[in-house]
Design a binder for this molecule. Structure first.
Ligand SMILES: [Mg+2]
Length: 376
């Protein structure tokens, strides 16, 4: 039975929403940036069932603990708002879910729960259409260039940093990123110098502070790092301090990148209006889903800015979005040790992602992972 939809064609009706929480260990030693030490990654897997038999899968993630809160948000607020309604009326469903958490969740937990359901709703439509997301959107490229972050952890010694960067470059990557934010910025400086020396001038090098500097530190050390031809300085300061980023952008020549802790189109608008960002690192799993990511990308394009999406551990969705976004030339590659936890893992070879062919969004963990690592 299909239910009445805003569409002129019938839509399957949502019959059930189920969530599964898993905690997946990394298949490598613990990795560290200036904010987190990561030994495992939590995922909430959302399964949306319909009366047409089509099932949509969505997800969200966190690389520390606490995703149980997102699971509760979906189970108790979002699922009741959409069960019994047409699965293809996605904007209406998003509004209905948004309304349930109007007073307690404009960012953070509520927001990432919305995205998990949004991906599942898209998955249903794409499976009905029998095509992957990038083909639905209309591609402007047939593969997507990747940069690699897996070799640049703060917990690596300088020797380990240099060795890992070299291994990555030997695999065909021409762009690498490393973490900064040690208590003494002079150590950061030495580490960047060692890496730049080792990789030469022809490899793009980015640095990522994960928000721990204040403005004075960012101006001082951002300027000093410019001698190493840094492609961008990522998340130098608190992400809600747009004014500080605008001032830093005026002070430095190196492009400023932000986005992985920005949750709304409106917050990106403020960054862009104030010329506080050069590289827009919109992450679909922090925004409310695919529509909002596309809105941010369009806003950036209208201002002549580049979108380079942050990793969300999986990257299938971002690769597909980038393939259909003219101002998204590059996608982050990270957490490769657990790329095989997905049913349709996106492949990176020679520094390029290939586009997936399976219909849907590509956000389903394997049954083995869902069973073996289930915690809720
Ligand atoms: Mg980052």
């Amino acid at each position: 039975m299909s239910s009445t939809s805003f569409l002129t064609r019938p839509s399957p009706t949502i019959t059930r929403v189920e969530t599964i929480l898993v905690d997946v260990p990394l298949k490598q030693r613990t990795i560290t940036d200036s904010q987190s030490s990561v030994a495992s990654v939590e995922f909430v897997q959302v399964k949306v069932e319909t009366d047409a038999g089509v099932i949509g899968w969505g997800f969200n993630w966190n690389y520390t603990k606490g995703l149980k809160a997102v699971q509760v948000m979906i189970d108790e607020a979002y699922a009741p708002a959409i069960v019994g309604r047409p699965a293809l009326d996605r904007h209406a469903l998003m509004q209905a879910m948004n309304a349930t958490t109007h007073f307690i969740g404009r960012v953070g937990v509520a927001r990432v729960g919305l995205c998990a359901v949004n991906l599942a709703l898209w998955d249903i439509q794409l499976k009905l259409e029998q095509q992957p997301l990038w083909r639905h959107l209309g591609p402007c490229k047939d593969r997507v260039r990747a940069y690699n972050t897996d070799g640049g952890w703060l917990s690596w010694s300088i020797d380990e940093l240099v060795a890992d960067m070299q291994r990555i470059i030997d695999r065909g990557f021409d762009s690498v990123k490393m973490k900064l934010g040690r208590p003494d910025p002079r150590e950061d400086f030495e580490r960047v110098r060692a890496v730049r020396r080792a990789i030469g001038d022809r490899v793009n090098l980015m640095v990522d502070v994960n928000t721990v500097w204040d403005l004075k530190t960012a101006v001082t050390w951002g300027r000093r790092l410019e001698e190493f031809d840094i492609s961008w300085l990522e998340e130098p300061m608190h992400p809600f301090d747009v004014a500080a980023h605008a001032e830093l952008a005026r002070e430095l020549d190196v492009p400023i990148a932000v986005g992985e802790t920005i949750y709304t189109l409106h917050d990106f608008r403020d960054y862009i209006d104030r010329r506080a960002v050069d590289i827009v690192q919109a992450d679909v799993t922090k925004l409310s889903g695919i529509e909002e990511w596309l809105d941010v990308a369009a806003l950036a394009r209208a201002h002549g800015l580049t979108v380079i999406p942050h990793t969300n551990v999986q990257q299938n969705v971002h690769v597909q979005l980038a393939a259909a976004t003219p101002n998204a030339p590059l996608v982050e590659c990270c957490y490769e040790s657990i790329h095989d936890i997905w049913e349709d893992p996106v492949r990176v070879e020679g520094g390029w992602y290939t586009l997936p062919e399976a219909p849907g969004v590509g956000g389903k963990l394997t049954d083995t992972v869902l069973a073996e690592y289930r915690i809720g």
